[in-house]
Each structure stands twice: as structure tokens, then as C-alpha cells.
Write a protein that binds this ligand. Structure first.
Ligand code: SAM
Ligand code: GLN
Length: 285
């Protein structure tokens, strides 16, 4: 099989599922992964034959894609804030909405609206948030915690890969004995699990099938659980004038704001994402 025929085969297999444009995007990613060649080289060497091992890898990748596995898990990588990060079944594939959350923090710190010497990310997953924060705010001390060992290992590998120093800790954020050991911070950020069981029916099949449940679903269908607990933690660990930044479930914007106000936060602000959905909250203590 040549590079050209392999590319065409992927597109024709995936087109019925994804449509032509998306099928072509995925085909480019899979071809780059299998051949290790850039798009330009794959045009120049389009008549070059694939090695048997490459053909096998391509076939396996294609089968996985046909079973609706996200391309990021097939190639083991995903882009976030201009960086290529490792991803696997232990971590959520970082979303563009979360880039907007990082952007909000970076902007507030750079303009001096918020102090940003010491920051904590809760439920770090792939480490997308702390690694991006460290990239943009190099002088900051950045901490990140997750309850999943597999996620934490991936996050550590991503920080090393990008050459950034992040302090990682394995921690269940709902365990108040464990969180008592945390130092104080200027900013706490979190994109916690926020989906309830009854919302599962409306979700894309591949998200439910392949992304880690522990990253998506909130325990006991208590949509505000992490916001409540992290809100309380912030009251103990944030410096005066410090801020929480949350990614939220679009259906709970008002409730989450209300909860944080009741906990004593002021300047509670809601922001929509690029898709026009209520997606982020900032609250100052
Ligand atoms: N921060 C990453 C991002 O934005 O792409 C991942 C966010 S994912 C929605 C939520 C993360 O919270 C998962 O990595 C999951 O392992 C972690 N998590 C779930 N329950 C937790 C808990 N009790 N304590 C700490 N982390 C938890
Ligand atoms: N935004 C993700 C999704 O819709 C969920 C992330 C989360 O639960 N924090 O799949």
C-alpha cells in the first residue's frame, strides 16, 4: 500500500461517519502518526510504500476509529494552548473551552487584576491547565492535583515533555484531611467532573465510551459537589483578594454563582465560551 492509497482508504472508510472534511482531518493525523512524516513529505513521497508494521498500525488505528475511538487516543496526542500533549484512556481530551479558562487567568494576572504568584489546578487530568499556565506565566509557582494515578503520571510526563516545572500531588480533593496539607494560593482553578447521570443520554457516544468516567461524572448526581467543596477549600487556602476560576456545566451557571455568593465570595462573574454557552465562573474572596 502506498502513502497515497492509505490516505484515500482512511478517508473513504471514515467519510460515512464523519463527513468528508473531518474524515480528511483525521486521515492526516493518522497518517502522520503512522509514517512520522509531515504533510508536505507525504505529498512528495506519495508513491512510497508503507512498511508491513506501518500497514498493521494503520489497520489497527482505522478499526479503532471505526469503533468511534477519538483520534487523540489513537495517536496518543492532543493539542492544547499551542502544545502537543500526551493523552490516553486515563485522561480527558483537553477541550477548547478550557483554553478559554486558561486565557482568562493569564489575562487577569498579566494585567495585574489578580495576583498570580502561586496557582493550584484541581483535577488536572492531562496537566493541560498547569502546563499552559506555566508556559504563559513562567514566574508563577504552579501546583496540580488529581485523584487518578494514571492521570497524574500523564500530567507529569506532559510537564517534562514541555520543559515546565509543576508541583504535582496525588490527592482526593473531597478528603478534607488530605487537602489540609495544601499551602495557600493566589488562584485556584478547576475543571471538575460536572455531568450528572441523567445527562448521559444527551452526550456524544464516543465521549461516554472512551473518556474516563471519573473525569466526567459527578458522584451521587450532585452537580455542585466539586464547586461546593472547592469553594470551601478556597476560603481556607486563598489569600485575601485571591480568586477561584471554574469551568462549569452550562446548565448550572446560576446555581453555581449563587452557591459561591452564599459561601462569601464577591465579584462572582460568569463567562460564556466560544459556542455561546455559560461555561466559566470567576469568584474573588
Ligand atoms: N483539567 C483537565 C482538563 O481540563 O482537561 C481534566 C479535567 S476532567 C473534567 C476532571 C479531572 O478531575 C479528572 O482528571 C479526574 O481524574 C479528576 N478528579 C475526579 N474526582 C476527583 C477528586 N475527588 N479529587 C481530585 N481529582 C478528581
Ligand atoms: N466538557 C466536557 C464534555 O462535555 C466535560 C468536562 C467536565 O466534565 N468537566 O464532555
Amino acid at each position: 500500500m502506498t502513502i497515497q492509497t492509505a490516505f484515500t482508504k482512511i478517508i473513504s472508510s471514515l467519510e460515512p461517519i464523519h463527513g468528508q472534511r473531518e474524515a480528511a482531518n483525521i486521515a492526516h493525523l493518522l497518517m502522520e502518526h503512522v509514517t512520522g512524516m509531515s504533510r508536505m513529505d507525504r505529498i512528495v513521497y506519495k508513491d512510497k510504500g508503507l512498511e508491513p508494521a506501518q500497514e498493521m498500525q494503520l489497520e489497527e488505528g482505522l478499526q479503532a476509529l471505526l469503533a468511534h475511538q477519538p483520534i487523540q487516543y489513537v495517536t496518543g496526542s492532543s493539542w492544547f494552548y499551542g502544545m502537543e500533549l500526551n493523552v490516553n484512556g486515563h485522561v480527558l481530551i483537553p477541550r477548547p473551552e478550557t483554553e478559554e479558562l486558561v486565557e482568562w487567568i493569564v489575562d487577569d494576572v498579566r494585567t495585574g487584576r489578580q495576583a498570580g504568584h502561586k496557582l493550584l489546578d484541581i483535577g488536572t487530568g492531562s496537566g493541560a491547565i498547569p502546563v499552559a499556565l506555566k508556559k504563559e506565566l513562567s514566574a508563577a509557582e504552579v501546583w496540580a492535583v488529581d485523584v487518578s494515578e494514571g492521570a497524574l503520571e500523564t500530567a507529569k510526563a506532559n510537564a517534562v515533555k514541555q520543559g515546565f516545572d509543576v508541583h504535582f500531588e496525588l490527592m482526593n480533593i473531597l478528603d478534607t484531611k488530605a487537602t489540609a496539607s495544601l499551602p495557600s494560593f493566589d488562584i485556584i482553578v478547576s475543571n471538575p467532573p460536572y455531568i450528572c447521570e441523567q445527562e448521559q443520554a444527551g452526550m456524544q457516544e464516543h465521549v461516554v465510551a472512551y473518556e474516563p468516567s471519573i473525569a466526567l461524572f459527578v458522584p451521587d448526581n450532585d452537580a455542585l459537589l466539586f464547586y461546593r467543596e472547592i469553594g470551601l477549600l478556597g476560603k481556607q487556602k486563598l489569600h485575601t483578594g485571591g480568586a477561584l476560576y471554574f469551568e462549569i456545566n452550562e446548565a448550572f451557571g446560576e446555581e453555581t454563582m449563587q452557591l459561591l455568593r452564599e459561601q462569601g465570595y464577591k465579584d462572582v462573574v460568569l463567562k460564556k465560551d466560544i459556542f455561546g454557552k455559560d461555561r466559566m465562573i470567576k469568584a474573588v474572596i
